[in-house]
Design a protein around this ligand. Structure first.
Ligand SMILES: Nc1nc2c(ncn2[C@@H]2O[C@H](COP(=O)(O)OP(=O)(O)OP(=O)(O)O)[C@@H](O)[C@H]2O)c(=O)[nH]1
Ligand SMILES: [Mg+2]
Length: 321
């Protein structure tokens, strides 16, 4: 493990791939090794700009990340692209799709692309991605882009592991705008209307105006930051430099201490998430408790016991066997 950590810290890409495989492994022994590895590299982490990107399926997230990432490597930055997608929607085929969508970037020596770990529960996928962020930072990547599809809870998970959350929107009418859940809008630090090209340009302008109006009605997430709405075209490589400018302005507003505070809160929340998941896992893995749980569920269903009483009984047994 010490050797793997050393090679990882030296920026060895094969060591990075191996580290991530270890992080994603579900074998018990690997878990301990991954924990030890993470502890060893921890002092070398935290130096990257962490950006989450989300948007409805087909909004052009991957294509935009390709253009944005290529722009950043052109500026001398080292870019890692990770994905969080707990849905089964993404099988082997579309991971390949992503690689072709990011063809330039995947051949770029200053970039590293890691598709989402195979489908699983969001909690597990999110934890592995958080750990992978640490691994790529230790390997020297100074910009981490985390893509997630805007369905379900994954965008909250990604917003909780990044410094800045970017919502990518495709041009569309009012109906489509209503399809953007309010909760996702509230997470956004920056909104990009992609596909602002060709025939779609007028619709993109209208969408941007609608989004600006909607954002105006929302409570600001960070004091002093009004969420910009930018137009971009991933396929024409336009609007990409402006995204990086907005990232810089946002980081300047938050300041180093603001970002540090954000990350501290994220670390605390991560710890408690792991505690909760560990407890639920231990509960589920205990045979005696499972048997009791089954009886209690039946009691709750039939109205013999109230749910709070059943929960208290289960916890009593679990905590004081
Ligand atoms: N006109 C136009 N089409 C675009 C642009 N960006 C992406 N597309 C097209 O939109 C489609 C979806 O692009 P992706 O980059 O795969 O979108 P995505 O949001 O990553 O999709 P999922 O990961 O499946 O949710 C593709 O056919 C792209 O060629 C753009 O700037 N302009
Ligand atoms: Mg994609």
């Amino acid at each position: 493990m010490a050797d793997l950590a050393k090679r990882l810290l030296a920026g060895d890409r094969r060591a990075l791939a191996k580290a991530i495989t270890l992080i994603e492994s579900t074998r018990a022994g690997d878990r301990e090794a991954a924990d030890a590895l993470l502890a060893a590299i921890l002092p070398a982490t935290g130096k990257a700009v962490r950006i989450g990107l989300s948007g409805t399926p087909g909004a052009g997230k991957s294509t935009l990340i390709e253009a944005f990432g290529t722009h950043l490597t052109g500026m001398g930055r080292k870019v890692a692209v990770l994905a969080v997608d707990p849905s089964s929607r993404r099988s082997g085929g579309s991971i390949l799709g992503d690689k072709t969508r990011m063809e330039r970037l995947s051949r770029n020596p200053a970039a590293f692309i890691r598709p989402s770990p195979s489908a699983g529960e969001l909690g597990g996928v999110a934890r592995r991605t958080r750990e992978t962020i640490l691994a790529v930072e230790a390997a020297g990547f100074d910009t981490v882009l985390v893509e997630t599809v805007g369905v379900g809870q994954s965008e909250t998970a990604v917003a909780d592991m990044t410094d800045m959350f970017v919502l990518i929107h495709a041009p569309g009418g009012g109906d489509e705008l209503q399809g953007v859940k309010r909760g996702i809008m509230e997470l956004a630090d920056l909104v990009v209307v992609n596909k602002a090209d060709g025939d779609l340009l007028p619709a993109a302008r209208r969408s941007a105006a609608d989004l600006e109006a909607a954002l105006h009605l929302m409570r600001p997430k960070h004091k002093g930051w009004s969420v910009p709405v930018l137009l971009a075209s991933a396929i024409e490589d336009r609007g990409v430099a402006e995204i990086w400018t907005a990232v810089g302005e946002f980081r300047q507003l938050l300041g180093e201490s603001g970002i540090a505070a954000l990350r501290k809160a994220q670390s605390r929340a991560w710890m408690w998430t792991d505690v909760r998941e560990g407890l639920v896992g231990a509960l589920a893995g205990d045979r005696e408790i499972s048997a009791l749980a089954q009886r209690l569920e039946a009691d709750v269903e039939s109205g013999r016991t109230t749910p709070p009483q059943a929960a208290a009984q289960l916890l009593r047994r679990f905590l004081k066997p």
